[in-house]
Design a protein around this ligand. Structure first.
Ligand SMILES: CC(C)(COP(=O)(O)OP(=O)(O)OC[C@H]1O[C@@H](n2cnc3c(N)ncnc32)[C@H](O)[C@@H]1OP(=O)(O)O)[C@@H](O)C(=O)NCCC(=O)NCCS
Length: 191
C-alpha cells in the first residue's frame, strides 16, 4: 500500500438523458449491492479487502452495482450521491453534494465484454429514474494515464470537465486525507 500518493486525474461529466438499457452477455446478471450480495460474492474470501471496503461504502450511503456470472463477481461500480459523502479519494469540497462515480473495476478475465458500459448504463438509469435527480450532472474521474477508462467514458457520452491534481495521505486503519484542486476549465491532455 502507498501511504502518500500524488495523482493527476481527468474529470468527466454526463449531462445526457436516460441511456437505453444494455443487454448483458449470456450467463451474466446484475445486482444492486447489498450486505447480502456482498456476503454471497465476497465473503467466501474473507481476506478480500473488497469485502471490508464495500461494507463501509454501503454503511456510508454509497450505491453500488455488481455484474456476476453463476459463480463469481465480474465487475463493480460505485456512486456517491448528493446525500452521501463524496468518494474517499477526493477532497470533500470537490465531490460532496454531487453524483460521482468511483471504484470501478472489471476483473481481467471479464474485460472487453461491455460490462463497464452496461454497469454505467445501470447506474445512470438509476439516477435518471429518481424523480428529484433526473436532470443532475453525473461526474467521474480517472487517472490521466488510464487510457482504457478515458476511452470508455468518452464513448459512453461523458464529456471532459477539467482535471484534478491531488495529494492523498493514507493513515492505515484510520482515514485518508486529501488535498487538491479541480481546474474545471483545464483541457484534458491528449490520449
Ligand atoms: C477500464 C475498465 C474498467 C474497462 O472495463 P471493461 O468492462 O473491460 O470495459 P467495456 O468492455 O465495457 O469497454 C467499454 C469501452 O472502453 C474502452 N476500453 C475498455 N478497455 C480498453 C482497453 N484495454 N483499451 C482501449 N479501450 C478500452 C473501449 O472503448 C470499450 O468499448 P469497445 O469495446 O466497444 O471498444 C477495466 O479495464 C478495468 O477494470 N481496469 C482496471 C481498473 C480501472 O482502470 N478502473 C477504472 C478507474 S475509473
Amino acid at each position: 500500500m502507498r501511504y502518500i500518493e500524488r495523482k493527476n486525474s481527468v474529470v468527466y461529466k454526463f449531462t445526457g438523458p436516460t441511456p437505453p438499457p444494455i443487454d448483458l452477455p449470456a450467463g451474466y446478471g446484475w445486482s444492486r449491492i447489498s450486505h447480502e450480495c456482498l456476503d454471497k460474492f465476497f465473503a467466501p474470501k474473507m481476506q478480500d479487502w473488497r469485502l471490508k471496503t464495500y461494507r463501509k461504502l454501503l454503511d456510508k450511503g454509497h450505491i453500488g452495482f455488481l455484474i456476476h456470472d453463476q459463480v463469481e463477481w465480474a465487475a463493480v461500480q460505485w456512486l456517491s450521491t448528493p446525500e452521501s459523502p463524496g468518494p474517499d479519494h477526493l477532497p470533500t469540497r470537490i465531490s460532496q453534494g454531487k453524483f460521482w462515480c468511483f471504484n470501478e473495476h472489471t476483473r481481467e478475465e471479464h474485460r472487453r465484454l461491455g460490462l463497464w458500459r452496461a454497469l454505467k448504463s445501470i447506474g445512470v438509469r438509476y439516477i435518471r429514474s429518481t424523480s428529484d435527480c433526473q436532470g443532475m450532472t453525473i461526474y467521474s474521474d480517472t487517472g490521466v494515464e488510464n487510457l482504457a477508462s478515458r476511452k470508455a467514458h468518452q464513448n459512453f457520452g461523458f464529456e471532459p470537465a477539467g482535471t484534478i491534481d491531488r495529494l492523498t495521505i493514507v493513515i492505515p486503519k484510520v482515514t485518508a486525507l486529501n488535498w487538491g484542486a479541480w481546474a474545471q476549465e483545464q483541457v484534458h491532455p491528449p490520449r
